[in-house]
Design a binder for this molecule. Sequence first.
Ligand code: KIV
Length: 289
Amino acid sequence: MSTTFQLDTATSRANPTPSPMRRLTVPAIRERKQNGVTEDPIVVLTAYTARQAQLLDEHCDILLVGDSLGQVIYGLPSTIPVTLEMMANHAAAVVRGSYHSVVVVDMPFGSYEASPQAAFESAAYLLKQSGAAAVKLEGGEVMAETVAFLNQRGIPVMGHVGLTPQAVNVLGGYSARGRGTAEAEKIITDAKALSDAGAFGIVVEGVVEPIAVELTKAVTCPTIGIGASAQCDGQVLVTEDMLGMFERVPRFVKRYDDIAATISSAAENYAADVRSRTFPGPEQTYQPK
Ligand code: KIV
């Protein structure tokens, strides 16, 4: 399974050629977990742009257009200011850049909490504008009615429990959840309510490991861990975090590269070439025939 590319000579851009593979579906993801067991863990990464999606697509089952784009792309202090339009535009780019993964788009803060009807309007807008297959929303028991409402009207929903960044002003920060008994029980109750309401998957973020394991056993749908446990049914990371784009990352991130150093070094070399007039060289300039 691979994505191939064709060079568009007019723009000098590599475009993915439509490949014969069929895109994974939401039911196929949901069915990975059978009788509480997921033989083939679900691979999820965030993606915000078409080119990023092209590169990640063949390796992933789900590309999540996370509202973390607020901080990662826009330099915002949290996910709170992210708008529906931002999510729709980035999700459309990710759909254009992918052929294989299920594209799931985050519903931004303020676009779904007020009522199931408000959530339907926002989710329908996101799916119509982008072509994504499903939405993700944060919150547990309190969102169960909305999850069922959307699901019954043709919109698959992924839940998100534990550390829910859109609730940062209530939680008071981004520290791990589920350390106390009451909080741990509430996280499991939340996950069960979402699963019973028809969520096809649940992101479990920043939760102490034993709770993540218990929760994964307690729900019928797949759990996708981030700062949770390898025993979740799948894993997600913010792509820029795992690529080493930022100096500071949460403890649960494993860095697979040091892309920040690569970019900085390339820019340094380019600047030196420009200042010494060694760029552009003969290969990059046009001469009369
Ligand atoms: O917004 C996001 O990127 C997310 C993941 C971290 C799960 O919700």
